[in-house]
Design a protein around this ligand. Sequence first.
Ligand code: UDP
Ligand code: MG
Length: 308
Amino acid sequence: MLLSVVVPCYNEEENVPAFYEEFLKNTPFFESEGLEFEIIYVDDGSKDATAGQVRRLHERDSRVHLISFSRNFGKEAGIYAGFQKAKGDYVVMMDADLQDPPSLLPEMFSWLKKGYDSVATRRVTRKGEPPIRSFFARMFYKLMNRISKTEIVDGARDYRLMTRQVVDGILAMCEYNRFTKGIFGWVGYETKWLEYENVERAHGKTKFNFWKLFLYSLDGITAFSTVPLAISSVMGVLFCLCAFIAIIVLIIKNLIYHDPVAGWPSLVCIVLLVSGVQLFCVGILGQYLAKTYLEVKHRPIYLVKEEL
Ligand code: UDP
Ligand code: MG
């Protein structure tokens, strides 16, 4: 049996060897289980010596592989590339920064043996994270689960062990806008959730700032829900209704009480409000159209510069 480990890396020169060392600590377990492994580092257009570090490891150990992108395509593209290259009967994806502890693998395997198709992890605490970020993250998961049929678990990490069947399911989803958390939920299969305490990054800084995460969450919403479109339609109907009622009230006031409503301030407010709502709805529509545009272009998800 072969286990493929997919590790997306963006500027992780210090973490590449550290991850390798840490991963090898599982060797006794792998031997007892009769498991071979391959580590696929996906260098996502790093500007530091990440690719060089992987090359050095590859020379020492042929089980280490490298896919190097022509530029930074994002973590989602890295995961997809790694999955395409993975030959394993089982595939696990892990961050390079050791926030996904390899020591959890034996436990994860034990659940696969019990018949689960995939073992996922979620962190129970958001320790070491700015409170504002935690707040928005929680809001996002709440909102997402309201408006999307696909289940997206709060605090879920991308650390997951899967059988070949699940991986093939994910590979069949060849969309350009990849929101992995949603894709996992979409493919389904029996998933066991393991919980663990948040671990701090081994070296370097996080690659996701607040703004990047915010945009990513918008991607997630447009990729896995069309409820915003429905909301904008409902808003249109509501505003028409309001206008209709207002017209009737005005007519009655004028005809019966001879009290014409005067004043342009009220008019200006209404015009501003309605045009604001219109722009907002057109914006929502635009988001979906933009995503559709990107999809229909059928651009490759990533381009490879070097492969080992
Ligand atoms: N990563 C990547 N491409 C990117 C950004 C990040 O491959 O454009 C990788 C990164 O090297 C790391 C993983 O994705 O292995 C998770 O990133 P990070 O630790 O910065 O995210 P966080 O754990 O803070 O959410
Ligand atoms: Mg990290």
